[in-house]
Design a binder for this molecule. Structure first.
Ligand code: GLY
Length: 436
């Protein structure tokens, strides 16, 4: 079996590691990720260059391609590879609209009466926006319709200080055709704690994974700008300290109903499905979907996966996914990022990673946006590497992970509070207070 992994980051490193020695591993990445390079036959190239990916797949007689990021899914990488006989773990361009087209996603919830949606409206002119925001009377979230690399969504009360800023930003999205559409989605702002449920999907069956909580803010105590995710944790029982079984099951049901609806609307969804939910007073609400694994969340769950990942990939491609087993342990992931991230990091700085001592300290290394040259690891302006520890409790995993961070040196920082008892207690109290 020859498997090609498309993508460059820590999520793709985790996917490659999960494939391990169970297949001949190939990869296409935009720069030399040292973790992926050492275990695969790789080509440096853009994951969005569909012709380049197809040529590499043909030359190497690839059986299955696993697509890491969303951008090539939006461009139709799966449609292109399936045409030349490569089975794909990733949805077609149409099915990927669950992530790449927010109007498609919300309309699906409305048309198929799926639970857990939010009040939303789509606009293409300023006057209607202004009236809607004035009449709504509560905080809203402003979203470009398509992909913006995680930078387009702005929330009233956070990045947008008031009604006027919300209107101005909505207008900017329409006027500049941000994300390619001259329209904007305005949703009610859901309050609560965010969590992620990911699932393997084979077109009809969905196999859910343990829930994870990511930390999007750059600095401790949820301060600073929004990032791609600074770290994440999962708990021993597959739930989270603030997320009970009933709410988890409701989230999975929402994802099952969504997969059924996608099937009816545009055909089968195959690949990984990432549901981002908010848990507040009225049960889980769907904030958005990603048509791929989460980053960092992939690292938490793949670290625990007991089932052969290659069998899972085959099951997704063949439409006969059997299930997946996970170790009953907790995990903590902490991302090490360059100082100045997000937005102002100086790239090409040497980062010294003592992998041997990190492993001895009880953590695994997953390389992200770094480049290996002449045996040295260089930073970019994005996240550098994730460290992941496993423990009987979140507390145990956190201590192992935090201790391991001292073996990474350079012009870098990380959030020290991810997975700490204090922060988790705040999360639990937040949900309890909302439910009162
Ligand atoms: N953890 C955020 C994402 O994967 O999009």
């Amino acid at each position: 079996m020859r498997i090609l992994v498309v993508g460059t980051g820590a999520r793709e490193h985790a996917i490659c590691k999960a494939i391990g020695g169970n297949a001949e591993l190939y990869s296409i990445m935009s720069n030399k990720n040292p973790g992926i390079a050492r275990i695969s036959k790789y080509q440096i190239g853009s994951e969005n260059d569909l012709e380049g990916v197809k040529k590499f797949a043909e030359e190497n007689k690839i059986d299955i391609a696993v697509i890491g990021p969303e951008a090539p899914l939006e461009k139709g990488i799966v449609d292109a590879l399936e045409k030349i006989g490569v089975g794909c773990v990733g949805p077609t361009m149409e099915a990927a609209k669950i992530e790449t087209d927010k109007v498609f996603m919300r309309n699906l919830f409305e048309n198929y009466k799926i639970d857990g949606s939010l009040v939303y409206k789509v606009f293409d002119n300023y006057d209607d926006i202004s009236d809607f925001i004035d009449d709504f009377g509560k905080d809203v979230v402003i979203k470009p319709v398509g992909l913006t690399g995680g930078k387009g969504v702005k929330i009233m009360g956070e990045q947008l200080k008031d009604v006027e800023e919300a209107k101005k930003y909505s207008k900017e999205i329409i006027d500049t055709k941000m994300s390619g559409y001259a329209s904007v989605v305005i949703e009610e702002r859901a309050l609560g704690e965010e969590f992620t449920v990911q699932a393997f999907v084979d077109g009809k069956n969905i196999v859910p994974m343990p829930a994870v909580q990511d930390h999007p803010y750059a600095f401790d105590d949820d301060k600073g700008p929004i990032t791609g995710g600074m770290g994440s944790y999962s708990d021993k029982n597959g739930l989270l300290p603030f997320l009970d079984k009933e709410s988890y099951d409701q989230s999975v049901k929402i994802m099952e109903d969504t997969v059924k609806a996608i099937n009816m609307e545009v055909g089968p969804y195959r690949g990984f499905l990432y549901g981002q939910f908010m848990l507040g007073a009225d049960g889980p609400k769907l904030i958005e979907y990603n048509a791929r694994f989460g980053d960092p969340e992939a690292m938490n769950v793949l670290e625990l996966l007991k089932t052969n990942f290659v069998d899972i990939c085959e099951g997704i491609v063949d439409g006969n996914l059997k299930g997946a087993e996970f170790r009953d342990k907790a995990t903590v992931c902490k991302y090490i990022v360059p100082n100045g991230y997000p937005g102002n990091a100086v790239p090409n700085q040497v980062i010294d990673v003592d992998e041997k001592r990190i492993n001895e300290a009880g953590a695994q290394v997953y390389y992200a946006a770094v480049n290996e040259k002449d045996g040295k690891i260089y930073s970019s302006s994005s996240r550098a590497l994730g460290l992941v520890s496993v423990g009987e409790t979140i507390d145990e995993a956190e201590k192992l992970c935090e201790n391991a961070t001292k073996y990474v040196k350079g012009d870098i920082y990380h959030r020290r509070d991810v997975g700490t008892a204090d922060l988790i207690q705040k999360r639990v109290k937040h949900v309890e207070d909302l439910k009162k």
